[in-house]
Design a protein around this ligand. Structure first.
Ligand SMILES: [Zn+2]
Ligand SMILES: [Zn+2]
Length: 431
């Protein structure tokens, strides 16, 4: 560990109580996506305490404050997610809203703020600049609320990071660092991306006993569509990690009425943007075929989603090196994950680190996901973020320059075109 890294690590130890108090406050004030107003205010005031000029209200609740070394070099972002999710049975759930930090995003914000506290005083000893960013709505929850915000023109995407990208708040960023709450210290190789689909089958109501032949049964279309989707599993290549799962969100209104409407909500996941697109086309084929077979109609609404996440081995190596320096720890590479994060969207456009800290037990998104070791959950991650920033921006930011120059998966234009495709709607009528 070099002298500057020692300085930031010692400073975090000195601020331990302050940092744990931040974690406690955030944990006990959980708010769901695009509703993180109290959390956003708190993050802003913590950054203002450091004398920083803070931009807030970005994509509704996002916050950003930059520090500049005054010397040329890349701009790295240290990021935390603002949102909780509805888990009313969680021990720290808000009794009024049911929101709880059952994915541990309060730990990300704590680490980001702690890193800001110790990096701000030493920024002049580095090159380039750092943006401390709190992003809204990672969990892709509350679709109704998101749609309302879209109708009001406030957002175009359910995810906070895609919305940040769309609105240009990451245009000047060269790479992003984030540490997520977890059971262990590791970095995944990749995550699946996904497209959220709402499928509405249209039929015709009739009396279920008296004259069902006069009806067109939308629930039957939904059932048969699901059967056909299930029957497609063999055609997906293992390497694409395709997962299609969903619910019947409307199966009819009354048992003695032939359902005139049925609705499926499906999540189509895969490892590459191309594989997501292809799996979506298969699902569309199945739902159209079901509507056609029973003489109904089908609305296909693509409600957006997240891009697959691709890790950056060079950033992972920086993180692994610092874990070794800090505590002789080994960073495990966790391979591919079937779940998704909107850090995937960021990783299509620039190098991104989506690492995990230890210190939590229980099942993520469940009532028992809680901190059991505050040292690992908050303090160690904060030290690692600060050390990573130093490694990247010291010595004329040579490491950050090298990583910023790596080839990107997509440019912003092709990214936005793909997002457009994943947000389109169509209607097919076979009545
Ligand atoms: Zn989550
Ligand atoms: Zn999460």
């Amino acid at each position: 560990m070099n002298a500057l890294q020692k300085t930031v690590v010692t400073a975090i130890d000195a601020k331990r109580d302050e940092i744990l108090a931040i974690a406690d406050h955030l944990l006990k004030n959980p708010e769901s996506g695009y509703r993180e107003f109290k959390t956003s205010d708190f993050v802003r005031s913590e950054l203002e305490k450091l004398g920083l000029e803070v931009k807030s209200g970005l994509a509704i609740t996002g916050v950003r404050a930059d520090i500049d070394s005054g010397k040329p070099g890349p701009k790295i972002a240290v990021m935390g997610e603002l949102d909780a999710l509805p888990v009313p049975s969680h021990i720290f759930a808000d009794p009024a809203t049911g929101a709880a930090h059952a994915c541990g995003h309060h730990a990300q914000l704590t680490m980001m703020l702690a890193a800001a506290k110790v990096l701000t005083p030493v920024i002049k000893e580095l090159s380039g600049s750092i943006a401390f960013i709190a992003v809204p709505a990672e969990e892709f929850q509350a679709l109704e609320y998101c749609r309302q915000l879209m109708d009001e023109g406030k957002i175009a995407y359910c995810g906070g990071k895609p919305e940040f990208i769309r609105q240009g708040f990451l245009d000047d960023i060269d790479m992003v660092l984030l540490i997520h709450a977890g059971h262990d210290t590791f970095t995944p190789e990749s995550f699946n991306g996904f497209c959220m689909k709402q499928i509405i089958f249209k039929g015709r109501a009739a009396h279920g006993g008296l004259n069902p032949w006069a009806g067109v049964n939308a629930a039957t279309m939904a059932r048969q569509a699901l059967n056909m989707i299930d029957g497609q599993r063999d055609i997906f290549n293992d390497k694409d990690s395709v997962r299609i799962h969903g619910i019947i969100s409307d199966g009819g209104s009354a048992v003695n009425v032939v359902p005139a409407r049925a609705e499926l909500e499906l999540q189509v996941r895969a490892k590459t943007p191309e594989a997501v697109k292809n799996a979506c086309a298969v699902v569309d084929r199945c739902v159209k075929a079901a509507a056609m077979a029973f003489g109904g109609g089908v609305e296909i609404h693509n409600l957006g989603g997240y891009m697959p996440y691709r890790s950056c081995s060079e950033l992972n190596a920086v993180h692994a090196g610092n874990l070794k320096e800090l505590c002789n720890g080994e960073l495990t590479n966790f391979g591919h994950r079937g779940s998704s994060t909107d850090m995937g969207d960021v990783s299509m456009l620039m190098p991104a680190l989506h690492a995990y800290s230890g210190g939590f037990s229980g099942s993520p998104h469940a009532k028992d996901f809680v901190v059991v070791d505050p040292e690992l959950a908050y303090i160690q991650g904060a030290k690692l973020l600060a050390m990573d920033a130093v490694t990247l921006l010291e010595n004329d930011a040579v490491k950050a320059r090298e990583i910023a120059a790596l080839p990107k998966v997509m440019d912003k234009k092709s990214y936005l075109e793909f997002k457009e495709l994943m947000s389109s709607s169509e209607y097919h009528d076979y009545m």
